[in-house]
Design a protein around this ligand. Structure first.
Ligand SMILES: Nc1nc2c(ncn2[C@@H]2O[C@H](COP(=O)(O)OP(=O)(O)OP(=O)(O)O)[C@@H](O)[C@H]2O)c(=O)[nH]1
Ligand SMILES: [Mg+2]
Length: 275
């Protein structure tokens, strides 16, 4: 750096060094260019600043691509945990999954997505805590998820926080099933997992073979699915050679015989007879 720069230039340069977003960097570089003493000794540096500016400006068209992050799905559903900072999101993630996120009383402790998997009644949810800075890339994870758990702070006005979340969702065009919970309180894990499941609009079907116990791993289908949907999801031959099925749970009586059109309910046990 040339020794004879002005205080204004030095200030602009320090702004550039601490700039995080593309916009902040551009603004700081423009300021540097405006304040740099224009003489032979700074020509090289002026060119360097112009080069950086051109590069940053040129990135505009690819902005969408660069701000999208995808976390590959694991299990039956991908759920994002978000909310204002210090609401107990990491604590919740650690309570529900195998993840070991950093938990502390320092605001914005979580700075990258924290991922864990939770198993419940034969289904698996992938839970992702995103940082409360809500950057476009983090919000792109939310836009790709199957559902959202919004965690609010009991120490602050709840309606104010709901309003912030509503604005956030509208800014990033997030239209996903979501539930709200109040963080930093004792939350029953069973209750929470069943609420997450209900939010998703999916059903768990436990298939069984005649004379055997039901499978522990659930077959996951969309709400409203029929025996036909279940049969074709298991194996195409099941549908082809279908004779009848027996249902426990939603059926009028345990093990009632039903046909392909029978509408299954969450938690049903299903035995298909084919041959
Ligand atoms: N008393 C009490 N404290 C809690 C509870 N849950 C979280 N905390 C405390 O609240 C602080 C923040 O918890 P985190 O789980 O890190 O909160 P977070 O929402 O992930 O915070 P950031 O990642 O910083 O946004 C920590 O000091 C926790 O120990 C709770 O149920 N009861
Ligand atoms: Mg956290």
């Amino acid at each position: 750096m040339p020794a004879n720069v002005t205080a204004e230039f030095a200030k602009a340069q320090s702004k550039y060094l601490s700039a995080r977003t593309r916009e902040e960097k551009i603004a700081a570089l423009e300021e540097m260019l405006a304040t740099i003493p224009k003489h032979k000794g700074t020509e090289h540096m002026q060119a360097e600043i112009r080069g950086k500016l051109a590069k940053l400006r040129g990135q505009k068209s690819s902005k969408v691509a660069r701000t999208t992050i995808t976390i590959s799905k694991e299990g039956d559903a991908q759920i994002v945990i978000l909310g204002p900072t210090q609401t107990g999101k990491s604590t919740l993630l650690a309570q529900l999954t195998n993840a070991k996120p950093k938990i502390s009383d320092v605001p914005y402790t979580t700075t990258k997505p924290e991922v864990g998997v939770s198993e419940w009644k034969g289904v698996k949810f992938q839970l992702i805590e995103i940082p409360s800075t809500f950057t476009p890339s983090m919000m792109s994870i939310t836009a790709n998820a199957d559902g959202i758990v919004v965690v609010l702070d009991p120490r602050r006005n709840l309606d104010e926080q709901r309003d912030e979340i509503r604005k956030l969702f509208s800014k990033f065009r997030i239209q996903k099933p979501h539930i709200e919970i109040i963080g930093r309180t004792e939350i029953d894990a069973e209750y929470l997992k069943s609420s997450i499941w209900k939010m998703l609009g999916l059903i768990r079907i436990y298939t069984k073979e005649p004379g055997k116990k039901p499978e522990t791993k659930a077959l996951v289908l969309k709400a409203g699915a029929t025996v036909k949907d279940a049969a074709s999801a298991i194996h195409k031959d099941f549908l082809k050679f279908f004779k009848f099925a027996k249902v426990w749970g939603s059926a009028k009586y345990a093990g009632e015989r039903v046909g392909l059109d029978y509408k299954l309910k969450d938690g049903d046990i299903l035995e298909i007879h084919a041959g």
